[in-house]
Write a protein of this length. Structure first.
Lengths: 286, 252
C-alpha cells in the first residue's frame, strides 16, 4: 500500500470514529433517559415544575433560563465583538496593534470557565446585588443577569474570531471601488463591509450562541440554582446545563437521573443543530 | 481649440521612501481619451490614483506639487466631492457581489446615501446601461447579482456604475487586461462613444489598443513623463528613443 493510501485510510478511520462517537453519545443519552421520556412524553418540554421530591419533572424553567442567559449575553456582547472585529479586521488590519489584541482575545478563549465563574462571583455579583437592592429584589448577587454578564465575556472571543476573519476576506478591490465613489470609511463599513460579511458575522453569533447555551461551570456558579421560571432576570434561575451540573451528584432516584439525562439530550441536540447551521454558513462564506 | 480639464504642476508622489512620480507636468484635454503608457512599475496606477486622491488612502503615501481640475486645486477640494466627479474603473471587474445589477449601477448613490425616487433610479439604470451597450443583454434580469454576468459584461457594468454619478472624468486602469478579445473590442468602442460627454484617462499596456482609441498618449518611464502628445505623433514619430523602444516591444 502506498503512503497516500495509508494516509487516506487513517483519515477515513478517524472520520468514522468521530461520527461513531457522536452517535454513541446520542444513543447512550437516549437509552438512559428512556424512563423519563416514557413517563413524561412531550409534556417534559412544557411542564413548569421540577420537583425531585414528588418526582414531577419538566424542563421548561431551564429552557427559559437557557434562552434568557444566552440571548441576553449575545445582545450584550454583540456591540463589543462587532466593533473589535472591525478594529482588527479593517481599521488596524495587519498592524502590530491588532496582533497584540488578537493574542489577548485568544487568551480570553482559553481561560478555564471556573475562573470566569469565580471572577463573576467576586466581582460581578456585588455589582448585581446593588442593582437588585435598587429594584427592591432579594439581594442575592447571583442571578440570570449575573450569569448573562459572565457569559457575554466568555463568548466574545468566538464571535470575534469568526467576525474578523470574514471582514479580512473582503477584497480590497470592492472597498476601493466604494472609496472611489466618495464614500467615507464609515460608509464603506456600513454599505460594503457589513453587508458582505453579514452571513459570516451571523455564523459567528450562532457559534457563540451555541457556546453560551452549553456553558456549564461558570453559569452554575453565578446563576443561583433555583428551579423555577425566573420572574425577573435579576432573580436566580437555572439553565439546562447548570441544573444538570448542580443536581447530578445528588440525584438518587432513577427517574430523577433519567430526567437529568433527558435534559442533556436536549442540550446535545440543540447545540449540535446550532453548530451545524453555523458551520454551513461559514463554509459558504469562506 | 481643445480645452484643458486637468493640469499636473510639478507633481511628485510616492510611498514611504520611494519616489514614484517625479515632477510631472501634464495637461489633460477635455472630452478626449488620454492613454497612460509605460513599462510595468513606472507609476501609471499611482498617477491616476492621484487624480481622485485615492493615493492618499494609503498610509505611506505622500505627494508634492499640485493637480488642478478646471483650474482649482484638487487638494483644496473635499475628497468626497472630488471622487464623485471622477469615476474609476479597475483592472479586474469588481461589481459589488451583494448588490443586483440594478443596484450596482446605482452603487454610487447607495453608498453615498443619496435617496432617489423610483422613476429617477429606473432612468439612471436604463441610461447608464444603454451607454455601455449592456441594456439589451440584461434588461430582463436586472435583479440578478452583478457577479453573475460574464467578465466583459461585469466590466461594462462597472463602467456604467462609474457613469451613474455623471462624472467629468473617468479613470480606467487596464480595464481590458483580464478580458477576452471580443469584450475588449466592445469596451474600446464604448469608450470612443463615451468621450463625447466625458474625459477618459486610460492606463493600458496594449499598444494597439492605445493606437486605436487614444487621442493623446502620455509615456511614463521610471516615474518621469518622458513623452506626451497626440497619439498619431507618438505612434509615428516618437521623440524619445525610450518611447520608440517601448512601442517596438523592446521592453515592457
Ligand atoms: N501600496 C504601495 N506601497 C508601496 N509601494 C508601492 C505601492 N503601490 C505601488 N508601489 C510602488 O510604486 C511603483 C509604481 O507602481 P504603480 O503600481 O504605480 O506602477 P504601474 O505603472 O501601474 O505598474 P503596472 O503596469 O505593473 O501596473 C512600483 O515600484 C511599486 O512597487
Ligand atoms: Mg498598474
Amino acid at each position: 500500500m502506498s503512503f497516500e493510501k495509508i494516509y487516506k485510510r487513517i483519515i477515513a478511520i478517524g472520520g468514522v470514529l468521530i461520527i461513531g462517537l457522536l452517535l454513541s453519545i446520542f444513543i447512550t443519552l437516549f437509552i438512559n433517559s428512556s424512563i423519563s421520556i416514557k413517563k413524561f412524553g412531550f409534556s417534559f418540554l412544557i411542564n413548569k415544575t421540577w420537583d425531585p421530591v414528588f418526582e414531577n419533572f419538566g424542563a421548561f424553567p431551564f429552557i427559559v433560563g437557557t434562552l434568557l442567559t444566552s440571548i441576553i449575553s449575545l445582545i450584550i456582547s454583540i456591540p463589543f465583538s462587532l466593533s473589535v472585529s472591525l478594529f482588527i479586521g479593517e481599521y488596524y488590519k495587519d498592524t502590530i496593534f491588532s496582533k497584540i489584541f488578537e493574542t489577548f482575545i485568544e487568551i480570553l478563549a482559553v481561560i478555564p470557565s471556573v475562573v470566569f465563574g469565580l471572577w463573576g462571583l467576586f466581582y460581578l455579583a456585588p455589582i448585581v446585588r446593588n442593582l437588585q437592592i435598587k429594584f427592591s429584589l432579594p439581594p442575592t448577587g447571583v442571578s440570570v443577569f449575573t450569569a448573562s454578564l459572565v457569559l457575554s465575556i466568555m463568548i466574545i472571543p468566538y464571535t470575534i474570531s469568526v467576525g474578523k476573519e470574514v471582514i479580512k476576506l473582503i477584497p480590497t478591490d470592492l472597498k476601493e471601488a466604494a472609496f472611489s465613489f466618495g464614500a467615507t470609511h464609515y460608509e464603506v463599513i456600513k454599505k460594503i463591509i457589513l453587508p458582505y460579511a453579514k452571513s459570516g458575522i451571523i455564523a459567528g453569533f450562532l457559534l457563540s450562541f451555541g457556546r453560551a447555551i452549553g456553558e456549564t461551570m461558570a453559569v452554575t456558579m453565578v446563576i443561583g440554582n433555583v428551579n423555577t421560571i425566573p420572574r425577573s432576570i435579576f432573580l436566580p434561575g437555572n439553565t439546562i446545563a447548570s441544573v444538570i451540573a448542580n443536581e447530578f451528584l445528588e440525584a438518587i432516584t432513577k427517574i430523577h437521573i433519567s430526567a437529568l439525562i433527558e435534559l442533556a439530550l436536549i442540550l446535545f441536540v440543540i447545540t449540535f443543530i446550532l453548530n451545524l447551521i453555523a458551520n454551513n454558513i461559514i463554509k459558504k462564506v469562506v | 481649440m481643445e480645452s484643458k480639464i486637468l493640469k499636473f504642476e510639478n507633481f511628485s508622489a510616492g510611498y514611504g521612501n520611494l519616489l514614484v512620480l517625479k515632477n510631472i507636468n501634464l495637461e489633460i484635454f477635455e472630452k478626449k481619451i488620454t492613454a497612460i503608457m509605460g513599462p510595468s512599475g513606472c507609476g501609471k496606477t499611482t498617477l491616476i490614483r492621484c487624480i481622485n486622491r485615492m493615493h492618499e488612502l494609503n498610509k505611506e503615501a505622500f505627494h508634492k506639487g499640485d493637480i488642478f481640475l478646471n483650474d482649482k486645486s484638487i487638494f483644496e477640494m473635499n475628497p468626497v466631492f472630488l471622487r464623485r466627479k471622477i469615476g474609476m474603473v479597475f483592472q479586474k471587474p469588481n461589481p459589488f457581489p451583494h448588490l443586483s445589477i440594478y443596484e450596482n449601477v446605482l452603487a454610487g448613490y447607495i453608498i453615498n446615501g443619496i435617496k432617489l425616487k423610483r422613476e429617477e433610479k429606473d432612468k439612471i439604470v436604463e441610461d447608464c446601461l444603454k451607454k455601455v451597450a449592456l441594456w439589451e443583454e440584461v434588461k430582463d434580469k436586472l435583479y440578478l447579482k452583478g457577479t453573475q454576468l460574464s467578465g466583459g459584461q461585469q466590466q461594462r457594468l462597472c463602467i456604467a456604475r462609474s457613469l451613474a454619478l455623471n462624472p467629468e472624468i473617468i479613470l480606467l486602469d487596464e480595464p481590458t487586461s483580464s478580458l477576452d478579445p471580443k469584450s475588449t473590442v466592445e469596451i474600446e468602442n464604448l469608450l470612443e462613444k463615451l468621450k463625447d460627454n466625458v474625459t477618459i484617462i486610460i492606463v493600458t499596456h496594449n499598444i494597439s489598443q492605445a493606437s486605436r482609441i487614444a487621442d493623446y498618449v502620455a509615456f511614463l518611464y521610471l516615474g518621469e513623463l518622458i513623452e506626451y502628445g497626440k497619439s498619431e505623433k507618438i505612434f509615428t514619430a516618437p521623440e524619445n528613443p525610450k518611447t520608440e523602444e517601448y512601442l517596438s516591444g523592446k521592453f515592457g
